[in-house]
Ligand binder design. Structure first.
Ligand code: CA
Length: 220
């Protein structure tokens, strides 16, 4: 999953970026509204964290422009403490959720997980496919009830496929959603990660759909 973080306070932005990366997200960051608007308009993200108080272009305007352009990425806004009218204006402008500053990062992560889940039509935090389960709350993956150890990249790939259960996901879509903008992307690495996941989860866990991409093997 790939997240866009738009926050002008550099210390908070650095902390949030580290927290999000630790939680397994690929993170793009922007320090002002114009940069945020551009990144959100041109790059695919699975969720956006948008501070409303931004220089150059305020967060509310950024959000309104994204929605006017047809961008339907889930957006969580960060608002000033006790500013109820900011929350109302943000939600009316198309935000899906909000957090008032200061907040606990655990709450931000929980709200982001829920936004990503719901955008894929999933209600339960426990994702299941055949004998494979992924608990999005703690990242734990099991196969037939036994824990499976995955690297960060393997985990991100499996998580994306689990959120898109039953659908064929192209290699280019995977690359766009697994790596941040500044990451050196090599499409061959997707094949390497798929091969590693098959070794850990079973050869028949991920199906290659010729010329189209990959999908979790439909349950027999
Ligand atoms: Ca701010």
């Amino acid at each position: 999953m790939r997240v866009l973080l738009v926050e002008d306070e550099s210390l908070l932005r650095a902390q949030l970026k580290a927290t999000l990366e630790q939680a397994g997200y690929a993170v793009d960051e922007a320090a002002d509204g114009r940069e945020g608007l551009h990144l959100g308009s041109t790059e695919p993200h699975d969720a956006i964290v948008l501070d409303l108080g931004l220089p150059v272009l305020d967060g509310l305007t950024v959000l309104q422009r994204w929605r006017a352009q047809g961008c339907d990425t889930p957006v969580l806004i960060l608002t000033a403490r006790d500013s109820w009218h900011e929350k109302v204006a943000g939600i009316d402008a198309g935000a899906d959720d909000y957090l008032a500053k200061p907040f606990h990062t655990a709450e931000l992560l929980a709200r982001l997980r829920a936004l990503v889940r719901r955008s894929h039509g999933l209600a339960s935090p426990l994702l299941q496919h055949g004998d494979i389960t992924l608990d999005t709350r703690n990242g734990m993956v099991t196969r037939q009830g036994m824990p499976v150890n995955l690297t960060a990249h393997e985990h991100r790939l499996l998580s994306y496929l689990m959120h898109r259960r039953g659908q064929v996901v192209s290699r280019s879509e995977l690359i766009e959603h697994l790596y941040a903008q500044d990451f050196d992307r090599d499409s061959n690495t997707i094949e390497v990660f798929v091969a590693r996941l098959r070794r850990k989860l079973g050869a028949d866990s991920i199906e290659t759909v010729r010329g189209m991409g990959y999908r979790l093997m439909p349950a027999a």
